[in-house]
Design a protein around this ligand. Structure first.
Ligand SMILES: C[S@@+](CC[C@H](N)C(=O)[O-])C[C@H]1O[C@@H](n2cnc3c(N)ncnc32)[C@H](O)[C@@H]1O
Length: 255
C-alpha cells in the first residue's frame, strides 16, 4: 500500500488545522478523561487535542507507518499512539469520553456502520466529534477522476463516493440515539500561493488513491496530465483561493 508522506501532508498544516480548531471549540473539556483520535496523522493535533481537552489519557490511532513514526516522539504525559484501523474501531475493549476523527472518516466506506461502532465506544455522556471534507465537486477532485478515466486508471474507491450529505449524517447520529447533535457545513478559505499548489495539496492526500493503483511511471504521467487539466480549469492564479467545504459534526451519548 502507498504510504503517506508526513512532510508533504504538513506543508499545508496551517490550512488543515483550521477545521480542527473549529471542531475542538465545539467540545467540552473532559478533565482527566479518555480521548481517542482516529486517523491521527502526524500527531501534533492529537497532542493539542489531549491538552485542550485536559484529558488524562489520549490514544491516537493510524494505519500509516510513516505517520505513526512522525507521531510517536510526541507521546507522553498520557498520550500514546498505536497502529489500528479506524473503520473497525469499537473502543478496543473500553469506553471513551471523546471519540474524535478529523479528516479521516472519508478513507472508510459505509459511514453508517463506522459511526455506529464509534458511538458504541462512547462512555455515558461521551462526545463524538467528526470532520469530513465535502469538496467532491471542486475541480481538484472532478479533474482527478476525469484524468484517471482518460488514462484508464482504475483508482481505489474515490474519497467522496463515501461522503454523505450533512443532513444524512444528522439522521445517522439521531438513529444511533445520540443527543445534542450539531452538524454543519462550513466553507474554509485557504489562500494558497498559487493554483499550482492545489496539485501539491492533492498529492499529500486524495491523489494517494491514484498512486496506489498505478506504477511510478504511470503516476508521473498522470500527474502531468492532472496538473495541465486542473490549471486549465481553475486558471493560473496567484494567490489562489481554495474554497473548501467540510462537514463538522458533534453529538453526545446519553448519560
Ligand atoms: C488527512 S489525514 C488527517 C490527519 C489528522 N487527523 C489531521 O486532521 O490533520 C488522514 C489520516 O487518516 C489515516 N487513515 C486513513 N485510513 C485509515 C484507517 N482505515 N485506519 C486508520 N487510519 C487511517 C491516514 O493514514 C492519515 O494519517
Amino acid at each position: 500500500m502507498t504510504d503517506w508522506n508526513p512532510d508533504l501532508y504538513r506543508r499545508f498544516a496551517a490550512e488543515r488545522r483550521q477545521p480542527f480548531d473549529v471542531l475542538v471549540s465545539l467540545l467540552e473539556p473532559v478533565d482527566g478523561g479518555r480521548v481517542a483520535d482516529l486517523g491521527c496523522g502526524p500527531g501534533e493535533l492529537t497532542r493539542e487535542l489531549h491538552e485542550r481537552l485536559r484529558a488524562g489519557e489520549t490514544l491516537g490511532i493510524d494505519r500509516s507507518p510513516a505517520m505513526l513514526e512522525r507521531a510517536t516522539p510526541l507521546a507522553g504525559d498520557g498520550l500514546r499512539f498505536e497502529m489500528g484501523d479506524l473503520a473497525t474501531f469499537d473502543g478496543a475493549g473500553s469506553t471513551w469520553d471523546v471519540v474524535h476523527a478529523s479528516a479521516s472518516l472519508q478513507w472508510a466506506t459505509d459511514h453508517q456502520a463506522v459511526l455506529s461502532r464509534w458511538a458504541a465506544a462512547l462512555a455515558p455522556g461521551g462526545q463524538l466529534a467528526v470532520q469530513v471534507p465535502a469538496n467532491g465537486e471542486h475541480p481538484s477532485h472532478t479533474v482527478m477522476l476525469e484524468v484517471a478515466d482518460q488514462l484508464g486508471i482504475i483508482a481505489a474507491d474515490d474519497v467522496h463516493v463515501t461522503v454523505q450529505k450533512p443532513e444524512r449524517y444528522a439522521e445517522i447520529l439521531d438513529e444511533l440515539g445520540l443527543d445534542d447533535i450539531h452538524v454543519r457545513l462550513q466553507v474554509f478559505l485557504h489562500h494558497l500561493p498559487s493554483s499550482g499548489d492545489v496539485v501539491e495539496w492533492m498529492k499529500g492526500t486524495a491523489l494517494l488513491r491514484i498512486k496506489e493503483a498505478v506504477t511510478a511511471e504511470e503516476f508521473d504521467a498522470y500527474l502531468e496530465r492532472y496538473r495541465e487539466a486542473l490549471l486549465d480549469r481553475i486558471g493560473q492564479r496567484s494567490p489562489y483561493l481554495y474554497a473548501y467545504p467540510r462537514i463538522l459534526m458533534v453529538a453526545r451519548a446519553p448519560r
